[in-house]
Design a protein around this ligand. Structure first.
Ligand code: ATP
Length: 233
């Protein structure tokens, strides 16, 4: 571990997760250096969400370890935002009993300037006083992003942010991911988005890491094409 003590960012070391007899993650290692956009792809059931859940402390691995800046990191869901880690949810996931602004203020931990800046960044400030349920789906996805950005996270975990969005919205999302100062971990099925924004991509198949590389390397990897791109592209 001594060589890793100078390792900035998040790292997963040999993570294995079993659900009964099912091997959901099989010896997965990944480094997420500051400022990078790292994608995690793979077919349905490959273990992407489980990997996110390990980072968030919802799932405890049977073996392996996490480090943050080279130091042991034992994630606990309620302490994540304090460690600078924020996750968006699949779908929209807002409280409909609260206004858009109030939802985003939860992310901002009540710092109004951060909440408004995030609403403006996501171009939904004009809807601040409406309920999320009154907005179209794409706008609610933007509110969910604003909620996450309002925390000014060091590491932003995006869980299928393109789901249900049209081409223009996905283009907007790609710009947002490229522009953010946060380190980004992206689980996504939309290959064009993944290939256009990621610096590095981890490919999982039945819990096994089968490739790790730049978009170009992943595109030309035969094993990936066989396991995933061939069926999903
Ligand atoms: N809590 C759990 N208990 C039992 N099995 C689980 C649990 N969570 C996930 N699994 C199983 O672990 C495997 C990996 O699931 P996971 O949701 O991580 O895959 P995924 O890559 O995110 O899939 P998708 O693209 O469909 O969201 C699947 O076979 C799933 O059924």
């Amino acid at each position: 571990m001594s060589t890793e003590s100078a390792d900035p960012g998040l790292a997963l070391h040999h993570i294995t997760v079993r659900f009964g007899g099912l091997l959901a993650l099989d010896d997965v290692s990944l480094r997420v250096p500051p400022g990078r956009v790292v994608g995690i792809i793979g077919p349905n059931g490959a273990g992407k969400t489980t990997l996110f859940n390990v980072i968030c402390g919802f799932v405890t691995p049977q073996s392996g370890a996490l480090t943050l800046d080279g130091r042991p990191f034992r994630p606990r869901p309620h302490q994540l935002s304090g460690r600078g880690i924020t996750r968006t949810l699949q779908g929209v996931g807002q409280f409909n009993g609260m206004t858009v602004l109030e939802n985003v203020q939860v992310g901002a931990r009540r710092r109004d300037d951060d909440a408004w800046a995030a609403l403006e960044r996501c171009e939904v400030a004009e809807h601040a006083h409406r309920r999320p349920g009154e907005l179209p789906y794409a706008k609610r996805k933007r509110v969910e992003l604003a909620r996450a950005l309002a925390a000014r996270p060091r590491i932003l975990m995006l869980d299928e942010p393109a789901g249900g969005l049209d081409t223009d919205e996905i283009r907007w999302l790609a710009d947002l991911i490229r522009d953010t100062e946060s380190t980004v971990l992206l689980v996504e099925h939309h290959m064009e988005l993944v290939m256009s924004v990621c610096d590095e991509i981890l490919v999982l198949d039945f819990g096994k890491p089968i490739a790790l590389g730049t978009p170009g390397e992943i595109r030309s990897n035969d094993r990936v094409a066989e396991a995933y791109l061939g069926t999903a592209a």
